[in-house]
Design a protein. Sequence first.
Length: 305
Amino acid sequence: MPDVNEMIIFAQVAKEGSFTRAAKQLQLQKSNVSRKIALLEERLDIRLLERTTRSVTLTDAGQIYFEHCLRVLEEIEAANLAVAQMQTIPTGTLRISAPVALGVSVLALLVTDFLKHHKKINIELILNDAPVNMLDSGIDLAFGAGPIPGANYVSKEIGYAQWVLCSSPEYLKKAGTPKQLNDLTQHSTILFSSLNRPNSWTFLGPGGKKDVIVTSSLTVNDLTAVQQATLAGLGIAILPALSVTEDIKAQRLVQLFPEWQLKSYPFYMVYPSSRHLSAKLRAFLEFIMERWSPTPPWAISLENI
């Protein structure tokens, strides 16, 4: 099959009616141009050009091929322009992955506001508490509790997510309220399996650092399910402050041991390195960093609840 370079050379010769002028326009040696045309005709097994000492003209087959070449080259130019514009004009679909709590509490409203200002961008928001493979899933931007290694990605730490130890009033009425951290070992707990060592809870407080190993009644890989089970009175759980703030305010959940701080986890924003950054992603990153400065929305304090 003829390659694009041969089509470009042939089209230029047809336009100029001369190997010499075509070679000059293409900044090639005349011998190279002649050789490419000869190879093209050999592959197609048909003569495309009539050559005389004074001019080069198209055969009937050459005229047909020339017209098709022009259409193909126009499509290639349009494709190149479209891709180039994607690097300069924010347009297209942006696929964003985030934990459910962040998506529901923060990103849904943020994305809505962003789309009001960027009419040519569509956003697909994928909420999942499990880690994602950005390359396999076609994700442009991922939020999560861990960085993604690799030279082609940037892992930007954007703060620490606060977690809260809580339970429902119904469970505490039935099982009793723990008085000290060690009492947690005697209680039913709901664990989030995606955490590192989910049954080992680390606290920092007046007595320094303390690790408590708990027993699980239910282990789930989805934080929404953990929260629903906690609200239903199954036991005690640690949950993101973003998820439980309203439930604590409404007294549907009770925060336990507020004087002790649970081990916080660094929060990352992961996206392709700058040389692979599309205009749509660059626009979104600039938008959220402006909105989240100086304090990101997940840096919630529950002291006054």
